[in-house]
Design a protein around this ligand. Structure first.
Ligand code: FAD
Length: 577
């Protein structure tokens, strides 16, 4: 009997995993990988660190070679071989050897498309100039590295995680870096107020940030430097431009073959990663995935999902073509990410608030907190800034963002596991997590997030939203002239607003406070209750929310209508910006 032929297009994250898994499940089929680049299974995630000389030897980026695939997995690999088109009717693909130019057809019983993504290119002049780069492959990184001695100032176009990792690594190589981003925040996966921590940190480490800034053209000067024109009219002279404004699915093969494509340009697949053709599967950056929380289709081009999808597609192929094992459905994408920048860890899981605002069916609430990574008395405690989003109806955890120097990824991983298991804020309160002074606290940041949110849902700890403060309270600033300030006071109707009570010490209050706030330090609150109105709601604020929580409990039990401004002045600083 002839063996079933399984062909895989693309031999890096999703494709290589899929091939290896098929072989582990079945010894009797033929598996062939076609890769148009010269390498398979290379660590593209390591490329920024290769630029920064954190990874010094190029070979370390090669996770596996064609020889390893052949010897260990009995998988044939053709590198430098492009798949040109798919003939679905006759179940074959046309391939071209890029070194010899020879073309041939290859028959398949099952075909896997793991063709990845390609860089988005902005529609501006000058992108073909020699100093303009993208970083996708080992040859790309070699090209950038070879020119580093002549790059003194570079623009990184795009402040997503990849652009920022590249910015950090260029800076490590003594390059002056300007990051240009068209929107008003860095790291679009974060909500804006959380992204402010990252922006501050980047600036602290010497990265120049240009937000709300668009490049309109790039031209070359006689000395080979690049003149970069901005929409504002300003011009910058640099030695290199790194384009990193996002990626789009490399779906041309699928489009030409008439497979179903989604609204974001990715291949549509079912829960078994099967395309609209039952003999073709697709995985990785090239597919659209369903978000497990919003149930909306989206692109999520990251290595973890590509690997897991490759594994599940392999299982389904073996079941459907070789009839040996049951399939496992793909649950969809949850949105877990992590990025390290100059010692700061930025991690997310689930959905952010921006996405929830687009989902009218979901009623959400949020808390901010700023606990330390471990107990304060143990040396080296560092804050973790956390935003937790949860369903207002049942407490189900919907998403979290965390930023800090230590212990961040661990907390987000715990929260990610809770989201996967449909956990609630009540579960977070109870989570039994490991504790010793150098690792955490008896109430871990994950517990604290759950406790604040659960107290809120139970009504023991009502929370006020910072955006409501900006909307309802007239803001008077030093930047306003006298007439504007006077007008603001006249328009201000204090009785339609909450009274803001700052329960920090007098010294803290004097350093900075919210306009119109009154200062009643927590320890004297019980003695000064008569100063507060029972008719108006009270919004309590402190440094990070903890003293204000105690104040909220005191005031609630004395019959006041009270809310805590979640995250305290620490969060206020970011909303102010
Ligand atoms: P890829 O791994 O990109 O593989 C697709 C392959 O298909 C390519 O090698 C391409 O040459 C080949 N191909 C395409 N068309 C054809 C054709 N017609 N014929 C033959 N071959 C073809 N993700 C993370 O989760 N964390 C990170 O830290 C991270 N860092 C990254 C850093 C960089 C610089 C880059 C570029 C990506 C990074 N990613 C990261 C993203 C991650 O690498 C991708 O999500 C993942 O590799 C996608 O896997 P894939 O199999 O879909 O595509």
């Amino acid at each position: 009997m002839t063996k079933k032929r399984i062909l895989i297009v693309g031999g890096v994250a999703g494709g290589a995993t899929c091939g290896a898994r098929i072989r582990r499940l079945n010894e009797d089929c033929e598996i062939v990988i076609f890769e148009m680049g010269s390498y398979v299974s290379f660590a593209n995630c390591g490329l920024p660190y290769f630029i920064g000389d954190v990874i010094v030897e190029e070979e370390k980026l090669l996770v596996a070679t064609p020889a390893l695939f052949e010897n260990r997995f009995n998988i044939r690999v053709f590198t430098d071989t492009e798949v040109l088109c798919i003939d679905r009717e006759h179940q074959h693909i046309s391939v071209r050897d890029l070194k010899t130019g020879e073309q041939r057809d290859e028959h398949y019983d099952a075909l896997v498309l793991s063709t990845g993504s390609q860089s988005e290119w902005p529609d501006i002049k000058g992108l073909d100039l020699p100093g303009v780069h993208v970083l996708r492959t080992i040859p790309d990184s070699r090209k950038i590295k070879a020119q580093l001695d002549n790059i003194h100032h570079a623009i990184v176009m795009g402040a997503g995680y990849l652009g920022l990792e590249l910015a950090e690594n260029l800076k490590k190589r003594a390059v002056q870096v300007t990051v240009v981003q068209s929107s008003n925040q860095v790291m679009p996966s974060l909500d804006k107020e959380m992204a402010a921590y990252v922006a501050n940190h980047l600036q602290l480490h010497g990265i120049e940030l240009r937000l709300n800034c668009n490049i309109t053209a790039i031209t070359q000067e006689s000395d080979h430097s690049l003149r970069v024109s901005l929409a504002s009219g300003e011009q910058l002279s640099v030695d290199a431009v790194m384009v990193s404004i996002g990626v789009k699915p490399r779906a041309e093969l699928a489009i030409k073959a008439g497979l179903e494509i989604g609204k974001y340009g990715g291949i549509r697949v079912n829960e078994y990663l099967q395309t609209s053709d039952t003999n073709i599967w697709a995985v990785g950056d090239v597919v659209e995935v369903k978000n497990v929380i919003t149930h909306q289709w989206r692109l999520f081009p990251l290595a973890g999902p590509a690997n897991k999808q490759g594994r599940l597609a392999a299982t389904d192929i073996v079941r459907k073509k070789l009839h040996t094992i049951p399939s496992v459905p793909y649950r969809g994408i949850q949105g877990t990410t992590v990025c390290g920048l100059f010692g700061l860890t930025v991690a997310t899981t689930g959905v952010n608030e921006k996405s929830l605002q687009q989902c009218p069916g979901i009623e959400y609430e949020k808390v901010y907190l700023h606990p330390s990574n471990h107990v304060g008395y143990y040396p080296g405690a560092k804050p973790i800034h956390i935003k937790l989003l949860y369903d207002a109806r049942n407490g189900k955890v919907l998403g979290a963002q965390a930023i800090g120097e230590s212990g961040v990824a661990r907390r987000i991983d715990v929260l990610a596991a809770f989201i996967q298991m449909n956990g609630t804020v009540y579960d977070l309160e109870e989570a039994e997590l490991c504790y010793a002074p150098q690792f955490g606290a008896t109430k871990d940041p994950v517990n604290l997030a759950g406790m604040i949110a659960a107290n809120h849902l139970r009504g023991d700890h009502p929370l006020a939203k910072w955006e409501n403060l900006a909307d309802t309270h007239t803001q008077v600033t030093d930047q306003q002239d006298e007439v504007d300030q006077m007008l603001a006071f006249i328009m201000d109707d204090p009785y339609s607003q909450a009274q803001i009570v700052d329960v920090r010490t007098v010294g803290e209050f004097e350093r900075k406070h919210i306009p119109h706030a009154v200062n009643i330090p927590l320890d004297s609150l019980r003695d000064r209750l008569h100063e507060l109105s029972q008719e108006r709601e009270i919004w309590v604020v402190c440094g990070v929310g903890q003293r204000a929580y105690n104040a909220t409990r005191i005031l609630q039990q004395h019959g006041f209508q009270v809310r805590n401004l979640s995250g305290g002045m620490q969060t206020y600083a970011n909303f102010e910006e």
